[in-house]
Design a protein around this ligand. Structure first.
Ligand SMILES: [Zn+2]
Length: 345
């Protein structure tokens, strides 16, 4: 008799705790308020398919030789980015004017030459020490079997999306709308050889890792996969709820307000055998307990093949996905409070 009473008492306590937790989650979701709707709509107009195409044609051209880490084509890619930021008046985030975070060849597996990440930033007006990182890898496979792997989608698409987002934030800054937190535009090298560029950044961060509100990582967002070929208005969202559910709610509400893409969470399933969550640069940030979103279009028949070329990019869709990331970045850079992590709920 006694034990049963204890058992049912425990049951009540248990269910109360559960109610409390689900109430917290509900409050968290309801607490996400979308800010600056009008400004975001205005400045996202500068993100265009035309601009993306103009730059991606160059970035994935024969001259860039598939951008293999440490090779001449990769140096052309980093010089291209450096030149872009210089021209736009967007500042370097390292202590010299080169925009380069140099990585010595000793850091890489044998046979790979020295390389560099490219870092530009816009300074936060209220909390300049806090930072949102928007990242994407600039390298690709280079030349294999005498054939250039152009890497237009992987990851020319993400690289050019970052430049468009940076330009939109710069335009806003010029008109008096600086972000509250700093925003780092982080072009990473050596992703294809094992997420090395992001590993180097994590070991040599420019902003304190515990002041990094989130990492939005873009890797392949210009194409459509088999699953969505009849309804291409989508993007895969991976990892967004793992460290901060608040980030995931912010992402979803932002999309609903501005872009209305189908957010496909298929690959966010912890049991998914593709394990994409572990396969691009955001994972190095996630390991540091920094909330991340990985934006991805899924694989297609040209994935990691020489046929991943520019003319197959869906530029209108690339524009829309870029606008989603811009709007999400705006929310994160300007929200009043730091993101709440799941472990603190
Ligand atoms: Zn990639």
């Amino acid at each position: 008799m006694k034990s049963l009473i204890i058992a049912s008492a425990l049951l009540i306590v248990g269910s109360c705790a559960e109610t409390k937790y689900s109430k917290k989650i509900e409050n968290l979701e309801n607490g996400v308020k979308i800010i600056d709707t009008k400004l975001i709509k205005e400045f996202s107009n500068s993100i265009t398919a035309k601009d993306l195409k103009k730059r991606l044609i160059i970035f994935s051209s024969e001259a860039f030789q598939g951008r293999a880490t440490g090779e001449e084509g990769q140096k052309k890619a980093t010089a291209f980015l450096q030149n872009f930021y210089k021209t736009e008046g967007i500042l370097p985030a390292v202590n010299d004017a080169t925009y380069y975070q140099k990585i010595p060849k000793e850091f890489f597996p044998k046979g790979i030459g020295a390389s560099e990440n490219v870092l530009a930033y816009i300074k936060g007006s209220e909390k300049p020490d806090e930072v949102l990182i928007i990242s994407g890898h600039l390298d690709h496979l280079g030349i294999e079997d005498n054939t250039i792997h152009f890497g237009a989608d992987d990851n020319g698409s993400g690289s050019m999306a970052i430049t468009e987002i940076a330009q939109a934030f710069k335009l806003a800054e010029k008109q008096g709308y600086s972000p509250k937190r700093s925003i780092l535009f982080l072009h990473l090298t050596a992703e294809e050889i094992g997420l090395q560029g992001s590993r180097f950044y994590i070991e040599n961060p420019i902003f304190k890792l515990n002041k990094t509100i989130a990492n939005l990582n873009i890797d392949m967002i210009g194409r459509v996969d088999e699953k969505h070929k009849d309804n291409p208005n989508y993007i895969y969202i991976i990892g967004a709820d793992r460290i901060s559910k608040e980030l995931n709610y912010t992402s979803a509400k932002t999309n609903k307000t501005f872009t209305n893409l189908e957010l496909d969470y298929k690959y966010n399933d912890k049991n998914d055998h593709n394990r994409y969550y572990y396969r691009s640069d955001h994972y190095n940030f996630a390991k540091q307990n920094i909330p991340v979103i990985f934006y991805f279009n899924g694989e297609h028949e040209d994935y990691h093949k020489p046929s991943d070329t520019e003319e197959k990019i869906n530029y209108k869709l690339l524009e829309k996905r870029t606008k989603l990331i811009f709007a999400t970045a705006w929310q994160l850079a300007n929200k009043p409070t730091f993101l709440i992590k799941n472990k603190d709920l």
